[in-house]
Design a protein around this ligand. Structure first.
Ligand code: ZN
Length: 138
């Protein structure tokens, strides 16, 4: 299960998440810290990387903004086309692919590259799928 982009959460929830991340970092022993990864909202709980239908869009390049159909309805993510299925953290690596982590190009099975390693988000109008789509390159 993925969760919304951090900046789209309420300020009170953002503060609670930041406090939670600080607690995790403080509780992590040195050996784990040397491996260089603390659980974070952005990396491990927020936007699932890779190709997907539905869910939440990543806004790493532009920051979040409303995507609204010409009919006035807020649009929903239909499809995310991504340059990689995972990266930075292994939290989102499918169980069947865990043994491939670290293998050359294991996280790019489609060999599709969007821009310079980004993602293309395609949005659809939930009120009427015949309304025009919107895209966002991130
Ligand atoms: Zn519409």
């Amino acid at each position: 299960m993925e969760h919304a982009w951090f900046e789209l959460l309420s300020e009170s929830l953002q503060r609670r998440i930041e406090d939670w991340e600080e607690e995790i970092e403080e509780e992590t022993d040195e050996e784990s810290a040397d491996r260089g990864h603390f659980l974070t909202y952005d990396g491990d709980h927020s936007i699932a990387p890779g190709w997907k239908t539905g869910g939440y869009a990543a806004w790493g390049v532009t920051g979040p903004h409303a995507v609204v159909c010409a009919c006035g309805t807020p649009m929903e993510l239909l499809l995310a086309v991504s340059s990689a299925e995972w990266g930075g953290t292994n939290s989102w690596v499918p169980l069947e692919d865990r043994e491939l982590v670290g293998t050359h190009d294991a996280n790019v099975p489609t060999q599709v590259s969007v821009g310079r390693g980004g993602s293309l988000n395609i949005f659809v109008c939930p009120a009427n799928p015949l309304h025009g789509h919107e895209v966002s390159l991130q």
